[in-house]
Write a protein that binds this ligand. Structure first.
Ligand code: ADP
Ligand code: DP6
Ligand code: CO
Length: 356
């Protein structure tokens, strides 16, 4: 038996949706109730780093494992298993076609992953995490898979992860096939199309959320009437306006839809029974601060959005840095003012550009 250890590492960026995915039509295949659209943030700032290794010398009794941020993490869940199964079967097909290849598909996998930002706190750790996991294993297995194919696999791990395989402005088309083979992401514009776009990440809390995204959205689908309205009319309209706003680099429209869609998503959470609250008083203070910035500027220069957590992401254009960043200056310097704790992300530069 060979002691050789095969290894591959990759990083993947976070993406923050401006038209949110919230709702599954098929929980097993992880198919969404609506299309969504996001902006991929620079991985120089927020990223997952994952190393995948395998070896014939790893004891079979240990099975596959994941060390996440230094702690053993459970990978027995159906969604992680679906990703591993899919990647292994693609490797096995290569090995069957070329018997000279080492049989990596039969070796236990060891995954080691680190997020340089809070995990499960509403900053898209599952997106960067599953994108990195899938790409690291695809690299280890030397699969000739395109970003779209990897997107399709990553979607099965976490929906939002399918969008982190691309940089810039990314749409996840919900698709209509029952087997999900048309539900994946594609890039609608490169970051360089709108090079002025910036994001501010304001960390209110690095704590793990009380209700995971997976469980929260399933409760919403099951109990919210408002949610039905959201997927029937609100999201399709927001998708169309947003795609046009990005194509035309129309920040006013981009900002309005971003804020409206975040509000609509959190309204369906409040309409869930029992209700789910991801935002807190500090989050709401950020909304008011953005409104004040826009009022003072006499035009829309900043747009807030919140994922399933209390932390704010604020989109703005480089030319408006003074108006936007100035307001949050003390918060961004790491001062604990009104509950902001941005300094909790060690070394994070709060002004973030986009990933190519
Ligand atoms: P978030 O808002 O951070 O995306 P979610 O509730 O959607 O929160 O998902 C958090 C879960 O995603 C974690 O509990 C973990 O299971 C998974 N996850 C996060 N980071 C990674 C990673 N680097 N590798 C693998 N899985 C990860
Ligand atoms: C609010 O992709 O984390 O961030 O597919 O169950 O893993 P699972 O959910 P996840 O949900 C993300 C929800 C959101 C909106 C978005 O990213 O589009
Ligand atoms: Co998530």
């Amino acid at each position: 038996m060979s002691n050789k250890v095969y290894r591959a590492s990759t990083t993947a960026p976070v993406n923050i949706a401006v038209v949110k995915y919230w709702g599954k039509r098929d929980a097993k295949l992880n198919l969404p109730t609506n299309s969504s659209l996001s902006v991929t943030l620079s991985q120089a700032d927020l990223r997952t780093l994952t190393t995948a290794s395998c070896s014939a010398s790893f004891p079979a009794s240990e099975g596959d494992s994941l060390l996440l941020n230094g702690e053993p993490s459970d990978i027995s869940g159906a969604r992680t298993q679906a990703c591993l199964r899919e990647l292994r079967s693609r490797r096995a097909a290569l090995e069957a076609a070329d018997p000279s290849l080492p049989k990596l598909s039969t070796y236990p996998l060891r995954l080691v992953s680190e997020n340089n930002f809070p995990t499960a706190a509403g900053l898209a750790s599952s997106a960067a995490g599953f994108a990195a996991l899938v790409r690291a294993i695809a690299n280890l297995y030397e699969l000739p898979a395109s970003p779209s194919e990897l997107s399709l696999i990553a979607r099965q791990g976490s929906g939002s992860a399918c969008r982190s395989l691309f940089g810039g402005y990314v749409a996840w088309r919900m698709g209509d096939k029952a087997d999900g083979t048309d539900s994946m992401a594609d890039q609608i514009a490169e970051a360089s199309h709108w090079p002025d776009m910036r994001a501010l990440v304001l960390v209110v809390s690095a704590a793990k959320k009380g209700v995971s995204s997976s469980s929260g959205m399933q409760q919403t689908v099951a109990t919210s009437g408002l949610f039905r309205e959201r997927i029937a009319t609100v999201v399709p309209e927001n998708m169309a306006i947003m795609e046009k706003a990005i194509a035309e680099k129309d920040f006013e429209k981009f900002a309005e839809v971003t804020m409206r869609d975040s509000n609509s998503f959190h309204a369906t959470c409040a309409d869930t029974y029992p209700p789910i609250f991801y935002m807190n008083d500090v989050s709401r203070a950020a909304i008011r601060a953005v409104e004040a910035i826009n009022e003072k500027a006499g035009r829309t220069v900043a747009a807030y959005t919140f994922d399933a957590g209390p932390n704010a992401v604020i989109y703005y254009q480089e030319k408006d840095t003074e108006a936007v960043v100035g307001t949050f200056y003390h918060v961004l310097q790491g001062a604990d003012i009104g509950g902001w704790k941005s300094a909790d992300i060690k070394g994070l530069k709060p002004t973030i550009s986009l990933d190519e």
